[in-house]
Design a protein around this ligand. Structure first.
Ligand code: SF4
Length: 426
């Protein structure tokens, strides 16, 4: 049947005409994104990646053995951090050069040789390059942006702890990361230009111990998996010995940027302190390589439960094919896509931020076109410290006395009998 309501025309498979909410934009002619459209061949992109990585190593690190390359300490100590160093590897644009000069005094630049080997040296628009190589646009602050948009400082009862939700506490353990993401929410803290967070560990653990409401501790930073095995073990031992702490989560980008860090000894430690959850920060399908897949699979084998966290970034991962490929690849390495974050309005982030409507369209292009397991929750961490709010495309298109009308992934509208009426005996 066809029903005309206000200005819109919708097709309903059965049931009574819905009352269209006047405030709800609804357009049946909206095109549904085609998730199969411009998809790269995985086999060919993996082959070209391997070729590029092999060439990269032969050109720049000819004397570095496989053992050295696979050693995370070697990767960390050979990070590329300055304009003159990176100029050897990438053909920099004038704008990138200027931004790198600026990064010497502001939010630092750092990339591991491994991660750099994944970046196309001749393409300034490649996704991984944009996410780690500074842009001059970082130095412009737009309205609504700030250094601490989530007001973490206001919900910090003791240094190193952010206690925003009743039963969870965020424990900032280090300001170091092996790779610095240009859109980092904590760029005010990370990069080693603040007081070392380690000096606050004991007081932070004391706070958790004295706050029985905390049942979930998120060890974050910086990147906590860049700490030594001894320090990670000390933290896990202390935190898991607190009776009211039920689970420990670790927020990290290490499996994607420094997969060599997932050593047999680290796995042994993580195994000892179950239940450990890992929130793995992933940005783009190009990060899921043979090396990162091996790291993730060994973490899963050690009993670590993994979910992904991805920041939605303009020009990096803001397309349905890219997100779908990322989520499919994550599932294959046993990481459940967990959160897709709307990019926080940190200072200098305007060039990375999509609109929320664009984000909703991306989720609409995933839902129904792939399994629910491959779809994360799209959230905004509300500026001002209000916490995460889930954002959904407009699937509810109206209701009447008895029914709720829902639009499915194909754009068709179906009625759900929302008010159970008295039945008749069969
Ligand atoms: S890994 Fe996390 S903490 Fe480190 S720079 Fe990236 S977003 Fe920030």
């Amino acid at each position: 049947m066809e029903q005309t309501a206000t200005k819109q025309t919708i097709n309903i498979d059965d049931g009574d005409p819905p009352l269209i909410r006047k405030d709800m934009p609804f357009c049946m002619s909206q095109s549904i994104p085609d998730p199969g459209a411009p998809k790269r061949s995985r086999a060919s992109s993996e082959t070209s990646r391997r070729g590029r990585v092999a060439k990269f190593r032969k050109t720049y690190f000819p004397d570095v053995t496989k053992e050295m390359w696979d050693d995370w300490h070697w990767q960390v100590s050979h990070r590329i951090t300055t304009l003159s160093q990176i100029s050897r590897f990438l053909t920099l644009t004038a704008e990138e050069q200027q931004a790198l000069e600026h990064a010497q005094s502001g939010f630092p630049f750092s990339v591991t040789p491994y991660y750099l080997s994944l970046i196309d040296p001749s393409d300034p628009n490649s996704a991984l390059r944009k996410s780690v190589v500074p842009s001059i646009l970082e130095s412009f602050t737009s309205p609504g942006e700030s250094e601490d948009p989530l007001h973490e400082e206001n919900t910090s009862p003791v240094p190193g702890i952010v206690h925003r939700y009743p039963d969870r506490a965020l424990f900032l353990t280090t300001s170091f990361c092996s790779v610095y993401c240009r859109y980092c929410t904590r760029s005010r803290l990370v990069g080693g230009h603040t007081e070392p967070l380690e000096s606050h560990w004991k007081a932070a653990i004391e706070y958790i111990r004295n706050t029985p409401a905390i049942r979930d501790v998120i060890i974050s930073g910086g990147d906590p998996l860049t700490l030594s095995d001894e320090k990670i073990e000390w933290l896990l031992k202390e935190i898991t010995s607190i009776k009211h702490v039920e689970i420990v989560r670790i927020g990290t980008k290490v499996p994607m940027v420094l997969p060599q860090r997932i050593t047999a000894n680290l796995l042994r430690i993580l195994k000892r302190y179950k239940p450990i959850y890992l929130s793995v920060h992933c940005t783009h399908p190009d990060e899921i390589t043979e090396e990162s897949s091996k790291a993730c699979n060994s973490l899963a084998d050690a009993g670590v439960v993994m979910g992904s966290q991805t920041v939605l970034l303009k020009g990096v991962n803001d397309s349905v094919p890219t997100l779908m490929e990322l989520y499919h690849r994550l599932l294959k390495v046993r990481i459940k896509p967990y959160y897709l974050f709307q990019c926080d309005p940190i200072s200098g982030s305007a060039h990375f931020r999509t609109t929320v409507d664009e984000g909703k369209e991306l989720i609409r292009g995933l839902r129904g076109f792939t399994s629910g397991y491959a779809i994360p929750q799209y959230v905004i961490d509300t500026p001002g410290g209000g916490g995460k709010v889930p954002i959904l495309p407009d699937y509810e298109v109206g209701r009447d006395e008895n029914n709720l009308y829902l639009r499915n992934y194909e754009g068709k509208v179906y009625a759900y009998p929302d008010r159970a009426e008295e039945g008749t005996r069969n």
